[in-house]
Design a protein around this ligand. Structure first.
Ligand code: C2O
Length: 482
């Protein structure tokens, strides 16, 4: 981001909180207290703070949503009159292009692939939400989230034609989101219970590059090794949902959400990231996990800079994103699946699958004694070559002598999203927890299949043909109980 010539106003910092409250008309920060909650438990919310609600819990004609959409519409109208209008939707959307679509994972401005990912996006949703509050003149407005674990299609409010909330380029495939795309593995008793496998992660900061994909928050930027990659949540479900919404057109181009340069233009971006942010909040209800969040000055004092409605820069310190009440919002519930929602079934029939882009056999046969108590078996696929097009790939394992009609067990998903002219790649080495499959297929040789998901609307013609994906080797490593 280069527009640092404007006056920088710190609006969200401990010393200026009173000013912030005055400026945007919200209730002052109230302490959540030291209460602790088990994962998945509903919590009582502090009174007086705007509540980010599941979009599906609003009535179709809810006046709050109408007001919300009208404010987004006004921002969009402003941008069509003047793309540089600081009150416009485009200026707001461009913040994402500036920090998420910069060349390569190692660029110092890049906030993906490192421990800024969750906190930067939390700050970004918050700034966007506050702009909408201001424009709508309603301090109680909060950005609704899309719980894709429960609702496997784009929610009605974001799909209704004519609404500002559906005003984006989308080539969403005509199928529901699959379990693997939202990181849900019902075949694994441990992970299935969590709803989103990333919630099994215990540590926020990756200490070494090899841990990035198994950390909740990513690695420090800068870091001595200069190596970056997607954290557990950022890989999946984050990437696959971007690709699902954006989809692919008949030329192979993606929609707004399939490209980090344009993703912030789609109003559903903030509803998608709202749910990721809520998962972070769920994860950190466990004090032991929360304690692993970064507390070094490098992290805490780091400012994230955004353009405010009057064209000046505003700052959000990364450390101030660690408490949502400081930012002025809470979530309506902290359960992965929406309480009382009907169970989701989204299995993809084997005969509808695309051919694999890679297969491999695991050289290590698994014995029944192979998995010790608390131990996890991790499939590593090393040196995976970046494709030159966007894609989402499911990883399946099955016994090598199983027939072709046997779908195998889904153990994970990874996605190549676009970032301008480049492909945003999760990391060179991809890791998948295959513990349940390792137990189920104990003693047998396993075949691993990498199968792309259909990202093209059925009406757009035949599915895209994906060239083979090259990789170094596939191996199983054992992760000891932590
Ligand atoms: Cu900065 Cu979902 O992207």
């Amino acid at each position: 981001m280069t527009n640092t010539t404007n006056v920088t106003t710190t609006i969200i910092a401990p010393s200026r909180r009173d000013m912030l409250a005055g400026a945007v008309g919200i209730a002052g920060a109230s302490a959540l207290g030291a209460a602790t909650f088990a994962l998945g438990e509903a919590i009582a919310q502090p009174a007086g703070l705007p509540v980010r609600r599941d979009i599906a819990t609003f009535a179709p004609d809810d006046p709050q949503i109408a007001k919300f959409a009208a404010a987004v519409q006004e921002m969009m109208d402003r941008s069509s009159r003047d793309p540089n209008d600081p009150k416009g939707w485009l200026v707001n959307a461009n913040a994402h292009a500036s920090f998420c679509s910069v060349p390569g994972p190692a660029d110092p401005d890049q906030i993906h692939y490192c421990y800024w990912f969750l906190s930067w996006h939390r700050a970004y949703i918050t700034v966007t939400e506050r702009k909408i509050r201001e424009i709508a003149g309603d301090p109680s407005i909060a950005y609704p989230y899309w719980n894709w674990s429960t609702d496997r299609r784009i929610p009605q409010a974001f799909a209704q034609s004519g609404s500002a909330l559906s005003n984006a380029i989308r080539f969403t495939p005509d199928r529901p989101v699959q379990d693997g795309e939202v990181d849900y593995f019902p075949d694994d008793p441990t992970l299935g219970q969590l709803g989103v496998a990333a919630l099994a992660v215990r540590t926020f900061v990756a200490k070494t590059p090899s841990q990035i994909g198994r950390s909740f928050g990513g690695i420090a930027r800068p870091n001595p090794a200069g190596r970056y990659g997607n954290n557990r949540l950022e890989g999946t479900p984050h990437g696959p949902i971007h690709n699902y919404v954006g989809g692919v057109d008949d030329q192979g181009n993606g929609g707004d959400m399939s490209d980090f340069e344009t993703a912030g233009r789609d109003p559903i971006f903030f509803a998608h990231h709202g749910n990721l942010d809520r998962l972070w909040e769920i994860w950190r209800q466990d004090p032991a996990r929360k304690a692993t969040e970064p507390s070094t000055d490098d992290f805490v004092s780091h400012p994230f800079v955004f353009t405010w409605l009057d064209g000046t820069n505003i700052e959000v310190a990364a450390g101030d994103t660690l408490d949502t009440t400081k930012l002025g919002f809470v979530y309506d519930n902290l359960q992965v699946f929406r309480p009382n929602a009907p169970a989701v079934i989204a299995a993809q029939a084997v005969q509808n699958r695309l051919p694999p882009v890679a297969t491999g056999k695991l050289r290590v046969p698994l014995s029944p004694q192979g998995v010790g108590a608390g131990e996890r078996k991790i499939l590593e696929i090393t040196d995976v070559e970046k494709p030159d097009q966007l894609m989402t790939v499911g990883v399946y394992v099955k016994p090598s002598d199983a027939p072709a009609s046997e779908p195998g067990t889904s153990v994970g998903t990874f996605a190549a999203v676009k970032a301008g002219k480049q492909i945003a790649w999760p990391s060179q080495t991809l890791t998948f927890d295959i513990t349940a499959a390792a137990q189920k297929y104990a003693g047998q040789e396993l075949t691993v299949e990498l199968i792309p998901f259909r990202l093209r609307a059925q009406s757009a013609g035949p599915p895209v043909n994906y060239p083979p994906l090259k990789y170094g080797e596939m191996r199983i490593v054992t992760e000891q109980p932590q």
